[in-house]
Write a new protein. Structure first.
Lengths: 303, 299
């Protein structure tokens, strides 16, 4: 009886202001699409980091002859200095470093020749033009600064380089795009909250007669407010589902079917990621509707 | 059943209290008229009983419970004990008579079979059997008020509050509504009725509680409406007043059968009372003639 009655009231309410309900659905749809896009960009950044940080290393370049760096004033790094550095890696930085690989000038030259068999831009380089270096793979690539602090400035070290720097500009761009999406999402979410509030207020006002009688004959607060709560929640959740659908289509056609076909060496977000964020979006929508409804209703259908 | 202990209600800070230090008690099964001019605090008293308003000072007890200490989620339970009827009926225009009455049960979660039995019973009790499928606009004012009474009584509340239930009705229809309320009262329901209707009060001869600008000025068993100022000086009045006798007694306590339970003398002389009473359009002469006729007919 109760359920049936509440559903009937709910249907009546939804039908009574269709246009408002539709606008709530659309605004939540757009705002949650932005929220989802922002989340997917973050997921994409995460994937790239996972993918690339495994491959990147920290290079410790040793002093070549004639380096202007003050630590290289004594000339080329001596075997003693190299041994001392290896000691540091194995003792002080043992926790941070996973593997250490020493690339001598000969190794570097071999690698160079392999890459450019015909010489580099017409120059003729010899073994002595190469630079010896340590390639360090870190346990946690984020702890680059620790290694940098310890190693930089030691005798024989010219410069410490984190290869992740190469990606910094890409990640910066992605992060900014994600922030932009989040900012737009925030504005749209605000609009959604205001719309839901207005819709519920209208609905409550247009049914003041009914709610007035319900209060007088002793209907419980929950019973009076539930149809309104559900009205807002259903519209918002519908919007969230549309947003999930939109994102899924977008990811499928833009990323999976097109981008990953043309640029194959990058890991991309996929439809599974969209489904992973779907519950979050629906949750946000529900929370949004619930909070704005409760606030509005407490002002307009108080006992 | 209903007890006010030194109740004061002030709506806006600094304003004159709507109800000022009122103490009274309505016992189970009583029929009480709440009379007084507009703005005298009758409606506020009803709102206080329903706990739509809380007293600024003092205590209100309904059915043994102190409304001041009642938590807000117990208010619906309280209201299920009280039926309410208004001057403007407050029916739902898009629902039929049956649905209007059933609505009161649906929203408090009564099962369907209870509704199917109780609603027709109640409609028959108020004399609306056979009109279940009508909509409010197809009914006369009196019938609409009967629907409202059915809705108020369908949950069998021990208390019925009526806020000027005959205010929109003609005298004959009002009489029918009063008979119905009387019948409801005889089945044990406590009835509190706020009214301006002098005739009804004078005919029914029930307990009268009179409020004047928020203060209780009279609480009288078997009372009459009381004195009121005249709109136009009325040469007929002295003659017909003598004939109508007890029905229009100018001062409370003048009639032999009405013994004041609270002896509160009227502060102002009758002539100084504001002239803006109800029914100003009706010439007093016609009114007193009609009253005279009815008073003799009633005996």
């Amino acid at each position: 009886m109760r359920l049936q009655f509440i559903l009937a009231e709910l249907g009546q309410g939804l039908r009574r202001n269709v246009s408002m309900t539709v606008s709530v659905v659309l605004v939540t749809f757009v705002s949650l699409t932005f929220v989802g896009a922002s989340m997917l960009l973050q997921a994409q950044i995460g994937k790239l980091k996972d993918d690339w940080y495994d491959k990147v290393e920290v290079s410790v370049f040793l002093c070549p002859t004639g380096s202007p760096s003050p630590t290289c004033a004594a000339g080329e790094a001596t075997p003693d200095q190299i041994a001392a550095l290896e000691d540091v890696f194995e003792s002080e930085l043992a926790d941070e470093i996973q593997t250490v690989y020493f690339e001598s000038k000969d190794d570097a030259f071999a690698a160079f020749q392999e890459r450019y068999p015909d010489g580099y831009l017409g120059t003729q380089l010899t073994v002595d033009d190469m630079q010896a270096s340590f390639r360090l793979k870190l346990t946690n690539p984020e702890n680059y600064e620790v290694v940098n602090d310890v190693v930089t400035g030691r005798p024989g070290v010219e410069v410490v380089e984190d290869q992740r720097r190469i990606f910094d500009s890409l990640f910066l761009a992605l992060n900014r795009a994600s922030l932009l999406a989040a900012g737009l999402a925030a504005v749209m979410l605000l609009a959604a909250v205001l719309l839901i509030t207005t819709t519920i207020r209208l609905s409550a006002l247009s049914r003041r007669r009914e709610t007035g009688i319900m209060r007088l004959v002793g209907a419980s607060n929950l019973f009076i407010q539930l149809p309104f709560l559900l009205e807002g929640a259903i519209a918002a959740v519908l919007g969230a589902l549309l947003a999930v659908g939109g994102l899924w289509v977008g990811v499928k056609y833009l990323v999976t079917d097109w981008l990953s076909q043309s640029v194959t060496w990058v890991a991309y977000v996929d439809e599974a990621d969209v489904l992973r964020i779907a519950p979050v979006l629906v949750g946000i929508a529900f929370l949004l509707a619930a909070v704005s409804s409760v606030v509005t209703l407490n002002r307009h259908t108080r006992v | 059943m209903i007890r006010f202990e030194n109740v004061t209600k002030v709506y806006a800070r600094g304003a004159r209290p709507a109800v000022d230090d009122v103490s009274m008690e309505v016992r189970r099964g009583e029929f009480v008229f709440l009379v007084g001019a507009s703005g005298s605090g009758k409606s506020t008293c009803l709102h206080l009983v329903l706990r739509e308003e809380r007293p600024t000072k003092g205590k209100v007890f309904v059915a043994g419970r102190d409304l001041g200490s009642m938590s807000s989620w117990n208010v619906p339970k309280l209201r299920r004990q009280i039926g309410v009827v208004f001057q403007d009926f407050r029916l739902l225009p898009n629902k039929t008579v049956f649905e209007n009455v059933a609505f009161a049960l649906q929203v408090i979660g009564k099962p369907r079979h209870t509704i199917a039995i109780t609603v027709p019973e109640t409609l028959e009790m108020v004399g609306l059997a056979g009109k279940e499928k009508r909509r409010p606009h197809e009914l006369s004012g009196g019938e609409q008020q009967r629907v409202a009474i059915a809705r108020a009584m369908v949950n069998r509340p021990p208390i019925l509050l009526a806020d000027e239930p005959t205010g929109n009705l003609d005298p004959t229809t009002s009489l029918g509504i009063m008979r119905l309320l009387d019948r409801i009262n005889r089945t044990g329901t406590t009835v509190v009725m706020a009214t301006h209707d002098e005739e009804i009060v004078n005919q029914m001869r029930r307990r009268v509680i009179e409020l004047d600008t928020g203060t209780l000025v009279r609480d009288q068993a078997h009372g009459a409406y009381g004195a009121r100022g005249q709109v136009i000086p009325d040469p007929d009045r002295s003659a017909s007043g003598a004939a109508a006798g007890t029905a229009t007694g100018p001062a409370p306590g003048a009639t032999p059968e009405s013994a004041p339970t609270t002896a509160v003398p009227r502060a102002e002389p009758a002539a100084a009372r504001p002239a803006a009473e109800d029914e100003p359009a009706e010439p007093p002469s016609r009114r007193s003639v009609r009253r005279h006729v009815e008073a003799t007919a009633g005996e």
